[in-house]
Design a protein around this ligand. Structure first.
Ligand code: DON
Length: 590
């Protein structure tokens, strides 16, 4: 996308929202030159070191990604996939990189159906070889470095290699996630999750018939991972996609102890990342650029904000009943379209431009009334699409967001994933990293009961639909203004849209924007309000808001909403960072 100058002046409402910076809550941090925000302190430190050495945002990303794969193994790794939105200051262009996992060539639309044609249970599909997509992260790192790197490739692997050999302490969050997975096991011996002895011994303490997660604080050394990183550092990523490592990955998938998958060395050898045009739309005179299909993120965030643009928020506050109501209705409408139309656009026609068409959104916004609408039907956006049935697939856990701005003015927004906690639960023997289960993001059923094919059905070499929504927001003079994104399954869309609204409409700094409790409606029965977390999110009148919304027809559920937002605001020559304390977010740079 070429740089574009808008003529209208930016209009940011700087509300003096008295409790926005409430005491005891995490505070934003400011740097002058460069900044990196990730979900783990060791990954943040690695990125900050590379930036300090004069590395670009792309260089820092490689160090961050390789360290995250070690220290946040439940969320991300070289066995997974990612999407990047990148602003290159030299050319003034923004590109997106699709490093999404691919279905193997032998995959068919019945991948997740049992012999009777019924969909497999989620856990059965997840904890199997069927769910593993061909990883995109190694090629993504190499592509970004070749195009935008400034430091030598091998140097970027040093933090990951050193940390793997020196060891790191298991975080409370990782240990708790292992406990959560073990809870799904019928018994310690007959294991459904952590069926793989390599992963089991890495994450679990066992004695006889009892087993428990290694406790937080346990020191973990991963020599296999160090060796893998050394190979990538010296030989490049062909060492991953071809030869012995590719054989080991394919063999781990094909010999899965639960259900074998079909991924072959040839699937790995043929994997390619794809540069795609960003999906951009103007919101309150700012240009928001995100990831298009196969992610639904950019389009859904665009639709939500495009619908919110029909409401005057200038005298509102972030948790006002009206704001929560309008946002929940905007989410309903966006999810109805997302579920029906969005999938891998290399396989199906997605009416992307039509979904963000101004007149179409005006027509859709007219459906938002004073009361909850209940489940809404998809609209008919202008443009070409096939007669698809909806896919309601929605998932949780297993993803991380990275925001980086370097001293040269480049900005990187990356959401990176292995899908569910610890991916499919299998560590490639001798290689020290986990496999993903990204293919469970496909619809398990290929056709609806009425016989319509589902756009997001499994097809050979296709990429499953995602909700990941990495975004970069540009101000009215096309300068980078905000880098944002989050993990959280299909809730990512709401988290990201809300973060943009909190900054642009309510004038909150990035940390305040993150500290605001979430509210979501994914066009299901309920509107979900976040349970406040002491010292992490703002406290608010939960009962008052619940009653007010119930009076407007909402069915309210109060639940945890564990976003992992990483935000960088660029303004007045400074970088202001916000990191999500619902996970282990940290800010680095100087
Ligand atoms: O691509 C997607 O939409 C999902 N695989 C993301 C999963 C996720 O965010 C889990 N996060 N906590």
């Amino acid at each position: 996308m070429k740089r574009r100058w808008l003529t209208i002046t930016v209009c940011v409402t700087a509300l003096s929202w008295q409790w926005a910076g409430a005491k005891g809550l995490p505070q934003a941090q400011t740097t002058q030159r460069e900044m990196v925000v990730t979900a783990n302190p060791l990954a943040t430190a690695a990125g900050a070191k590379i930036l300090k050495m004069g590395g670009s945002a792309a260089d820092a990303m490689v160090a961050v990604q390789t360290v995250l794969g070690l220290v946040e193994p439940q969320s991300t790794g070289i066995g997974g996939g990612a999407f990047i939105v990148y602003f290159d200051s030299e050319t003034g262009t923004t590109m997106t990189l699709d490093a999404r996992e691919k279905a193997p060539a032998a995959a068919t639309e019945g991948l997740f159906l049992d012999p009777d044609g019924n969909p497999l249970g989620f856990v059965t599909a997840w904890q199997s070889g069927l769910s593993v997509g061909v990883p995109g992260v190694p090629r993504m790192m190499e592509h970004m470095h070749r195009k935008y790197g400034r430091l030598p490739w091998p140097l970027l692997f040093v933090p990951g290699i050193v940390q793997s050999l020196k060891g790191f302490t298991l975080t409370r969050r990782t240990s708790d996630q292992v406990t959560g997975l073990l809870a799904l096991n019928p018994s310690c011996e007959d294991r459904l999750t952590f069926r793989d002895p390599v992963a089991f011994n890495y994450f679990v303490d066992s004695e006889g018939t009892t087993c428990s997660a290694k406790p937080a604080g346990t020191k973990i050394v991963n020599r296999d991972y160090a060796q893998t990183l050394k190979l990538l550092a010296i030989q490049g990523t062909d060492a991953f996609y071809t030869g012995a490592m590719a054989n080991d990955i394919a063999s781990a998938v094909q010999n899965d102890l639960n259900i074998p998958g079909t991924m072959s060395p040839s699937d790995l050898a043929h994997y390619e990342v794809i540069e795609r045009e960003p999906v951009c739309f103007v919101y309150r005179e700012n240009n928001v650029c995100g990831m298009g299909p196969p992610s639904s993120g950019g389009l859904a965030v665009g639709q939500i904000l495009g619908l919110m643009a029909h409401f005057d928020l200038s005298d509102k506050q972030p948790l006002d009943e009206d704001v929560v109501h309008w946002f929940s209705q905007a989410m309903r409408l966006a999810f109805a379209d997302r579920n029906k139309y969005v999938a891998d656009s290399d396989f199906v026609s997605v009416p992307s431009a039509g979904m963000l068409n101004k007149d179409y959104l005006t027509e859709r916004a007219a459906l938002i009334g004073p009361n909850d609408s209940g489940s809404v039907a998809p609209g008919v956006p202008p443009g070409k699409f096939d007669p698809y049935g909806p896919d309601f697939t929605a998932k949780t856990s297993g993803t991380s967001h990275v925001a980086i701005v370097d001293r040269y003015g480049n900005a990187l927004s990356m959401t990176t994933t292995i899908e569910s906690s610890f991916g499919n639960g299998v560590m490639v023997p001798g290689r020290g990293f986990l496999l993903n289960n990204e293919l469970t993001d496909f619809s398990f059923i290929p056709t609806t009961p009425s016989g319509d094919p589902v756009a997001n059905r499994v097809q050979a070499n296709k990429r499953p639909r995602s909700s990941m929504s990495p975004a970069i927001v540009f101000d009215d003079r096309d300068r980078v203004a905000l880098v944002t994104g989050s993990p959280g399954g299909s809730r990512i869309i709401g988290y990201t849209a809300q973060s943009i609204m909190n900054v642009l409409d309510f004038g909150l700094d990035p940390q305040q924007a993150i500290n605001v409790p979430h509210y979501q409606n994914r066009n299901t029965t309920t509107t979900d309000l976040e349970i406040p977390i002491p010292n992490v999110t703002l406290d608010y009148d939960v009962d008052g808001l619940t009653t007010a919304l119930e009076n407007r027809g909402h069915i309210i559920t109060l639940i945890e909403q564990t976003s992992g937002l990483s935000l960088i605001r660029v303004t007045g020559g400074q970088l202001i960072g916000g990191a999500d304390q619902r996970r282990d977010g940290t800010i680095g740079g100087r």
